[in-house]
Design a protein around this ligand. Structure first.
Ligand SMILES: NC(=O)c1ccc[n+]([C@@H]2O[C@H](COP(=O)([O-])OP(=O)(O)OC[C@H]3O[C@@H](n4cnc5c(N)ncnc54)[C@H](OP(=O)(O)O)[C@@H]3O)[C@@H](O)[C@H]2O)c1
Length: 928
């Protein structure tokens, strides 16, 4: 999306005393563009709403400057000429009608250069308007206009509506670092200077070697972790936060920035002055590459005070001097300019290092730099590999950092803890779960990891439920009984009910009907609430159908009322920029007590949504209670909302109480190789994909077996030759094209396999599709495309093979289905579906409705799979989650082990076991 607003200033050319109307007027050409009409309409609405919210306070100069800053323009365009704020509001309200420009004659239009020249030459308002109209006409024709030639400079506006965290953003100006004032220099660094003028969007900075504390590793100049934090803090200050009291969490470095030449960095922010996500990105060639991400909390009060026992800290006389410390670092290749060597001396213990640092007073960045130098030199004593910070799980900073004098670094679980204190031992800053990335060593400490999910009892400690529903509730329900019970329990509660209907309709002061399948209805609903000044803090969704049915029409209806409705609601919340934190509850009735894959998979969407928007938190309730008492249901909801801080992402209620889903790691164990029947027949969906081929090769090597590979594509000659090479051990490979999501095709496929090769002995379902993108931008077509092979595909494969003598039915799911992943809401749903489907099929096997061991394996990233991560995402997965790519041998061994386990849904990953465990458990108890 691109937006432009161009201003022409006219100067007073006649005096009021002349009796003529004054010619002095400002005229602006406003342009908006987007990828398609639908997006453009949304952009116009966003800008319109923003402009309405500003009242008369819009500076059209500032608006012009902001929207004109290096913006990229898409093909679908509108433009208007306005002379006032009223004009602007009218123009935006008219949306598609560029009435002013329609006056421009179609024939004989000017080129952009001619229009710009005419603009420069025009000295009358009328001429200027004509020139602007001509320019607007060029713009609508798709011309690439060099607006810089006519752009007037003034301060930009920071909070204009935009896509949050757009990969590429155009609203940031990139001021040059002033010469002689390198950022990060001893004079102050980023931290103590407000370098931003861009309010909420973030800011950009050009950074060169001089800004890097003279820091480098093995001769390569790099941007230090302390500088990243300084940049983030400076950007966060633009939200109005007070860096004197700041908590950063989940800071993760995707890659380190080499400063062999000046680099343009941008810091993007999403959130408000209480909590915000931040992302530091390298800007080049119009694209944005993420270097580091994190979450910031700005508590209202000062950071709590605590002390470090510095009296006991004498190092037994074994202090290493400053020279010794930096010689130690140099020995592993880490270097700093003399001016940035802030560690005075260090005493090393078995499990901790204590240090004194200088100068006093220090800048915040110097104190942080010194603390990280202590950690680096402690690691340097133990390893010849230089280490760089790759993550900081949590960091609390107080405004007293200038008085920093002591540092203690020590081991803490899988990471380190660092504490910075003043001369009296008063703690100024603390960092926990600090991870380092050894440079030069690959996959250090990586291990195969298996984990299982299960429910554990988690009764709620009952509190006085009044008021039961503070903040109000937006309830998507099928009738009004629960809403009535809620109002009875809390007469002051604002409960707005939304029933499924034919289309948007406000049926009462606090009741609506909307079409569950129409995305626009959800936006109209939120818009209508906004106009009524209603912003319920809890959104409770209860439309999902009661029991899973694999029949086509029933499944479509379940999707519409369930996870797809949640998809539209999530999009509407993001696009309508819901102005306050919201708690989302997806609550499905489950009287049968059986696994409900189409409902349970909502957890994938909600976990992703909460990662994409820090304003949102969520919970899925699997309600297996018998009875249908609305008052009991209202009490249950009040209890869940009243215990929101527990952070449980998936809970279950039955007549025995409340349970929460959690994830536990399994001890390492060897497993016997998967046994294939001699001359058995095995079907591999997605068989030409990366993992499909890898497993085909693996099964073929354990043959002789018959392998039927399937996918939608036709078989190329090259692939045919490749497959022929796998028949060496006597195994037979055939490829049969089939869309696994299509019931008739799958039935025909199974019939053909039976006819040509005999009964099927095992199914490996490895078909999958990716269409990554933020939920706000995601189209329903993308969502459907990603769900197709894993939802419809799984169900159809299972139905078509239910009478086959299967030894196994294995689905390749993903860890994204367990934990969610920003940008992959659809993929998270699809994989969560498979994990729950495995539970369902396993239960059917117990009642002999199905045969064969059922597994959904939630894989982490395979090194040699077909679905690829960029190097940057791979580094991020490594630093944020401790995940390393799964090597083929390790993956095959995990596969064998998964089949030996007596559990249908299994997580199989590779990396740092402690970190993976903690990340998995965090995805079920978000606040733990
Ligand atoms: N690679 C990893 O690191 C990783 C990690 C976790 C989970 N997984 C899961 O493992 C599975 C295999 O991954 P991969 O890396 O091998 O992916 P891949 O190389 O992209 O292969 C996926 C295959 O699925 C086929 N496919 C997609 N839709 C289909 C449909 N409707 N009917 C039939 N075939 C269809 C595609 O072939 P056509 O386009 O010809 O139909 C493609 O060959 C996926 O389900 C993925 O979610 C992979």
């Amino acid at each position: 999306m691109g937006t432009l607003l161009f201003r022409v200033s006219e100067h007073e050319s006649s005096s009021p005393s002349s009796g003529q109307a004054p010619l002095a007027r400002n005229i602006w050409l406003i342009t908006l563009s987007a990828r398609n009409e639908r997006d453009l309409d949304l952009r116009i609405s966003d800008l319109h709403r923003w402009a309405q919210g500003q009242g008369r306070d819009i500076s059209l100069d500032a608006l012009s400057r902001t929207l004109n800053a290096g913006r990229k323009h898409h093909a679908t365009r509108r433009c208007w000429i306005v002379e006032s704020i009223d004009d602007l509001l009218t123009a935006l309200a008219r949306r598609g009608e560029d009435a002013v420009l329609s006056r421009t004659p179609a024939e004989g239009r000017w080129t952009p250069a001619e229009a710009i020249a005419a603009l420069a030459a025009a000295d009358k308002a009328q001429d200027r308007r004509l020139a602007l109209e001509a320019l607007g006409a060029c713009y609508l024709d798709g011309a690439d206009i060099d607006w810089s030639q006519i752009q007037a400079a003034c301060e930009p506006i920071g909070d204009l509506p935009s896509y949050p965290f757009a990969r590429t953003s155009f609203w940031v100006r990139q001021p040059e670092t002033p010469r002689g004032q390198p950022l990060g220099a001893a004079a102050g660094g980023f931290w103590d200077r407000d370098v931003s003028t861009l309010g909420r969007q973030g800011f950009a900075k050009r950074i060169g070697r001089a800004d890097a504390f003279g820091y480098g590793v093995r001769g390569t100049p790099l941007l230090h972790a302390a500088s990243y934090i300084g940049l983030a803090v400076a950007a966060l200050r633009t939200l109005g936060s007070d860096p004197a009291s700041l908590r950063l969490r989940r800071c993760a470095w995707a890659q380190h920035l080499v400063l062999d030449q000046p680099q343009a960095l941008a810091v993007w922010l999403q959130g408000d002055q209480t909590e915000a996500d931040f992302e530091i990105a390298l800007q080049h060639d119009g694209a944005s590459e993420v270097l580091m991400q994190g979450v910031a909390r700005m508590p209202a009060g000062p950071a709590p005070t605590a002390s470090l026992p510095i009296a006991s800290f004498d190092g037994d006389g074994a202090w290493v001097s400053k020279d010794g410390v930096f010689a130690l670092l140099a020995g592993t290749g880490i270097e700093y300019d003399a001016a940035f060597r802030h560690v005075e001396r260090v005493a090393f213990g078995d499990d901790a290092a204590f240090a004194e640092i200088a100068p006093q007073p220090a800048t915040a960045e110097q104190a942080l730099l010194a603390a990280l130098q202590v950690l680096e030199c402690w690691i340097a004593r133990q390893s010849s590999n230089p280490a760089m910070v790759s993550r900081i799980g949590s960091m609390t900073l107080s405004g007293r950092l200038g008085a920093a004098r002591h540092v203690r670094a020590r081991r803490d679980g899988g990471g380190f803890e660092i504490v910075i204190a003043d001369a009296d031992g008063l703690i100024c800053a603390a960092m926990e779960d600090v991870g380092v990335f050894p440079i030069g060593a690959d996959n250090d400490g990586a291990e195969p990891v298996m984990a299982l999910t299960h429910y554990e009892p988690r009764p709620l400690e009952l509190r006085a439920p009044h008021p039961a529903f503070p903040g109000g509730v937006l309830l998507f329900d099928n009738d009004e009984r629960l809403a009535d019970a809620m109002r009875e329990a809390d007469p002051r509660a604002e409960v707005v009910v939304v029933l499924p209907g034919e289309g948007f309709c406000k049926t009462g002061a606090a009741s609506y009907r909307i079409d569950p399948a129409r995305g626009a209805d959800y936006r109209r609903l939120l818009d209508s609430l906004r106009q009524d000044g209603l912003f319920p803090s809890a959104l409770v969704h209860r439309w999902a159908a009661d029991a899973f049915s694999p029949l086509g029409a029933a499944m479509a209806a379940q999707l519409t009322r369930g996870v797809k409705s949640l998809f539209w609601l999530g999009k509407a919340l993001l696009l309508e920029k819901w102005p306050r934190p919201a708690r989302l509850v997806f609550w499905y009735r489950n009287r049968s007590g059986a696994a409900q894959p189409l409902s349970a998979c909502a957890a994938g969407l909600l976990k992703t949504l909460t990662q994409e928007s820090p304003q949102l938190t969520a919970r899925v309730i699997d309600d297996r209670r018998s009875g249908d008492d609305a008052r009991a249901a209202a009490r249950m909801l009040a209890d869940e909302l009243g215990h929101w801080d527990d952070g449980d992402a998936e809970v279950r209620h039955d007549d025995g109480g409340r349970f929460r889903k959690t994830c536990g790691r399994l001890p390492a164990a060897a497993a016997a190789a998967t046994v294939l029947r001699p001359r058995g027949v095995y079907l591999i969906s997605g068989g030409l994909g990366g993992l499909g081929r890898l497993f085909a090769e693996h099964f073929a090597s354990r043959g002789p077996v018959t392998l039927v590979l399937t996918g939608r594509s036709a078989l190329s000659a090259e692939r045919e030759r490749e497959l022929a090479g796998l028949t060496a051990g006597g195994s037979k490979l055939v490829y049969m094209p089939c869309d696994i999501a299509d019931a008739d095709s799958v039935r025909a496929l199974v019939a053909r396999i039976r006819a040509e090769h005999g009964p099927i002995n095992g199914v490996l379902h490895a078909a999958g599709v990716l269409r990554d993108g933020w939920l706000a931008d995601k189209s329903v077509d993308d969502f459907d495309a990603v769900l197709a092979p894993k939802v419809a595909g799984t169900v159809q494969l299972d139905l078509a093979t239910r009478h086959e003598p299967l030894d196994f039915f294995i689905m390749f799911s993903s860890i994204v289905g367990v934990a969610g992943h920003a940008g992959q809401s659809d993929y998270a749903v699809a994989n969560a579906f498979q994990l729950e489907f495995a539970e369902l099929r396993n239960a059917q096997r117990a009642t002999s409705e199905r045969s064969g061991a059922t597994r959904a394996i939630a894989w982490s990233y395979w090194r040699d799979g077909g679905m690829r991560m960029s190097g940057q995402d791979e580094s991020l997965a490594r630093s944020r989650w401790g995940l390393t790519p799964l090597a083929t041998d390790a993956g095959l061994a995990l596969f064998d082990r998964a089949l030996c386990l007596d559990a249908p849904a299994v997580v199989a990953a590779c990396g740092d076991p402690a970190r993976i465990s903690s990340i998995l458990s965090e995805s079920f108890h978000t606040h733990s």
